[in-house]
Design a protein around this ligand. Structure first.
Ligand code: SAM
Length: 215
């Protein structure tokens, strides 16, 4: 079974689409997508030979050689033309930015991005390019992870609050997003006891407003 984080990403993949998983490591997600009849074909892209070989071993173990295709590639540089959906997960913002800057975003139906760092910079990047955030999820898997689905459809720039917390998260206000906010607020309050910094108090007030506190 795959982790809750990868499972949540899998649940955002539309059925019967060809997927390219950038930085696939052991190809766990591509094998899951094919074995569960979500995707007919998934490319497992890797820039490093070690993980690529692990991916090949895993694909053979699952007898998925005709449906999960390992690709030695920096980002989408070697992607075939039949790809619909791109997944970029488990990497930092700067690697994600490099991958997006180096490809033609307009060629793909949508991207699923899960950044291990600076999620607000991912949203800033999407906003600066006037792309559209179509969906978002927060998932707890030891840490809180955020998954963003975006497409190259034209959208006006997002507000500062939307960039920080996510336009769909703010609208949907689902349970995990609220837990994430409460956890974030608690962490800031703990730091603030020692540092007493105005910027922390400001973020705490902002979170309380989103949570609907009166004071
Ligand atoms: C921490 S793993 C994440 C694996 C998986 N995507 C996940 O979310 O669990 C990151 C992988 O991305 C690969 N990677 C880093 N930069 C890359 C790039 N520019 N193109 C393709 N793969 C890359 C690394 O070699 C590594 O195997």
């Amino acid at each position: 079974m795959i982790s809750p984080r990868l499972l949540q990403i899998a649940m955002l993949v539309e059925k019967n689409k060809v997927v390219f998983d950038v930085g696939s490591d052991h190809a766990l997600l591509p094998c899951f997508l094919v074995e569960n009849n979500i995707s007919p074909k998934v490319y497992a892209g890797e820039i490093a030979l070690g993980p690529l070989n692990k991916a090949k071993e895993n694909i053979e173990k699952h007898h998925l050689e005709d449906k999960v295709i390992p690709v030695f590639s920096d980002g989408l540089a070697k992607a075939e033309d039949d790809v619909d959906i791109v997944i970029i997960a488990g990497m930092g913002y700067h690697t994600i930015k490099h991958i997006l800057d180096s490809c033609d975003v307009y060629k793909y139906q949508y991207f699923l991005i899960q950044s291990n760092s600076d999620v607000e910079l991912v949203r800033q990047y999407i906003s600066d390019h006037m792309y559209t955030i179509e969906d978002e999820r927060v998932v707890y898997d030891g840490f809180y992870y955020q998954i963003i689905r975006f497409s190259a459809d034209l959208h006006e720039p997002y507000t500062e609050l939307e960039i920080k917390y996510g336009p769909i998260n703010l609208k949907r206000r689902d349970e995990v997003f609220i837990s994430y906010l409460l956890d974030y607020k608690k962490r800031l309050e703990n730091i603030n006891v020692k540092a007493n910094k105005a910027e922390y108090s400001q973020i705490i007030r902002e979170i309380e407003e989103i949570l609907g506190y009166n004071n």
